[in-house]
Design a protein around this ligand. Structure first.
Ligand SMILES: [Zn+2]
Ligand SMILES: [Zn+2]
Length: 230
């Protein structure tokens, strides 16, 4: 297995291309950001993209799916919990006056425990809701692509639509932190990390729902105060 990667776009999204060197097939994960960079990575790898998968359907991970599908002809896979959001992407982008964009419908809906086969590689779908209802992590042996569920030293936001801190905390603690220390994590933003490092040092995961509420409430209260002043 060979992992290619580009970080691009306003939100510095990580797009990964995971290649099976025997069959020369590849899995494209989260084509969001700068299409020229993503295309260059795909073309340079000289592998056949056999599937495009979204860790979740937020704009910054999904806004190049149309280009990726046109270039590769590969099917688009997303967890069923985020499929409605993908369909709303076109309308959202028009409403925000970004650019006219037609998000293609998913070709396959994913569920917990599903397997995505790319040549000899078998990626297991781990449903990790909390950042979004249909957020997933993808595991192949000692490698996990975590999307916006877990970052090096941080976690995905839970204050966006469909987000929930109790759900995200449970996803991380019950589905990721039960796995072995030496698993490498490739997040949707920022550098890679390991299960061991995050279990030991990630302070966000340790927050109780009440503590997280307090932090969020504190920020919102401060914002309100700033508004009153300005
Ligand atoms: Zn996200
Ligand atoms: Zn993101």
């Amino acid at each position: 297995m060979r992992i290619e990667h580009v970080e691009s776009g306003f939100f510095k999204t990580n797009t990964y291309l995971v290649c099976d060197e025997h069959s020369n097939q590849a899995l494209l994960i989260d084509p969001g950001g700068d299409w020229r960079k993503i295309r260059a990575m795909i073309q340079k790898a000289q592998a056949k993209v056999a599937a495009i998968v979204l860790t979740h359907a937020h704009y910054d991970h999904a806004n190049r799916v149309q280009e990726a599908k046109t270039l590769t002809g590969a099917p688009l896979l997303v967890h069923r919990g985020d499929a409605p959001r993908l369909q709303k992407l076109s309308a959202l982008m028009l409403a925000a006056r970004w650019r006219p964009y037609l998000a293609p419908p998913p070709d396959r809906l994913l569920d917990e425990g599903d397997v995505i086969e790319i040549g000899a590689l078998r990626f297991e779908v781990i449903h990790t809701p909390g950042h979004s209802p249909g957020g997933i992590c993808l595991r192949y042996k000692k490698t996990i692509f975590t999307g916006d569920t877990l970052f090096a030293g941080s976690i995905g936001r839970t204050d966006l639509k469909g987000g929930s801190w109790p759900a995200l905390k449970a996803s991380i603690e019950d589905k990721l932190f039960i796995l072995s220390d030496d698993i490498h994590l490739y997040p949707g933003h920022g550098p890679k990390t390991t299960i061991e490092r995050e279990r030991k040092y990630n302070i966000f995961v340790k927050l109780s729902p009440a503590q997280m509420d307090e932090i969020m409430f504190g920020i919102k209260a401060k914002e309100k105060k700033d508004e009153e002043i300005s």
